[in-house]
Write a protein that binds this ligand. Structure first.
Ligand code: HEC
Ligand code: HEC
Length: 161
């Protein structure tokens, strides 16, 4: 079988056609803006009517209800982030810059890799979704797809735009 000339030349040179580097907006941003991430990340935001301002206004001791046997998280890990980690209304570039700023103490790349691939709350959002009120839909694609997309983004230099 005859190969098209260009393909044959590329093969001979051992080169793959150059692909654009992966950006945060390509796939990850959509995952970050899924309700399973947002409902927790906007918990302490009045502007976005986070749960601290409506359904959960008088509640503390979070894992009395969000117990380990429901969520699969170790005790004490079901907690909401500070308002400075709310990216609800931000676009892809802004979301990307915000999480980098928030994880920039020490080695940013290592912090991002560790958090995206190992954080137990992220795992809950991707594969579990169980609350005291029942199971809410988890992020489509689950951990397997998220981890692949996160690694591609990290390996290509964590580009925001
Ligand atoms: C149960 C609540 C909860 C859920 C659900 C959750 N997070 Fe978080 N997230 C937190 C908390 C708390 C922190 C702060 C952790 C710390 O400082 O160690 C955090 C921190 C982060 C950070 C660090 C930087 C920053 O600005 O927030 C990233 C990135 C992140 N989460 C991504 C996600 C993604 C993506 C999802 C969904 C797939 C998600 N989180 C779901 C609670 C949650
Ligand atoms: C009295 C029991 C109770 C306590 C205490 C409690 N929750 Fe909840 N939580 C629920 C119930 C029930 C739901 C599901 C119904 C709803 O959406 O409000 C829920 C839902 C949530 C959700 C939405 C999950 C999603 O992805 O849609 C978040 C986030 C949340 N809780 C965080 C917290 C945090 C953080 C605390 C501690 C400050 C806390 N909860 C304390 C009962 C509780």
């Amino acid at each position: 079988m005859r190969m098209p000339l260009l393909f044959a030349v590329l093969l001979a040179a051992g080169a793959a056609p150059a692909a654009d580097p992966v950006k945060f907006g390509d796939a990850l941003n959509q995952k970050f803006h899924h309700p399973r991430c947002l409902q927790c990340h906007q918990f302490n935001s009045a502007a976005h009517q986070g749960r601290a301002y409506n359904t959960h206004s008088a509640r503390y001791l979070c894992d009395k209800c969000h117990s380990a046997n429901l969520t699969g998280l170790p005790r004490g890990e079901w907690i909401a982030p500070p308002e400075a980690m709310d990216w609800t209304s931000l676009n892809a570039q802004e979301t990307c810059r915000l999480i980098k700023r928030n994880l920039s103490r020490g080695d940013l790349a290592a912090n991002l890799r560790e958090h995206l691939l190992r954080d137990v709350r992220i795992r809950w959002a991707l594969d579990n979704g169980m609350t005291p009120g029942g199971r809410f839909p988890s992020v489509p694609g689950g951990y397997a797809e998220f981890a692949r997309q996160a690694r591609e983004w990290l390996d290509d230099g964590m580009l925001c735009e």
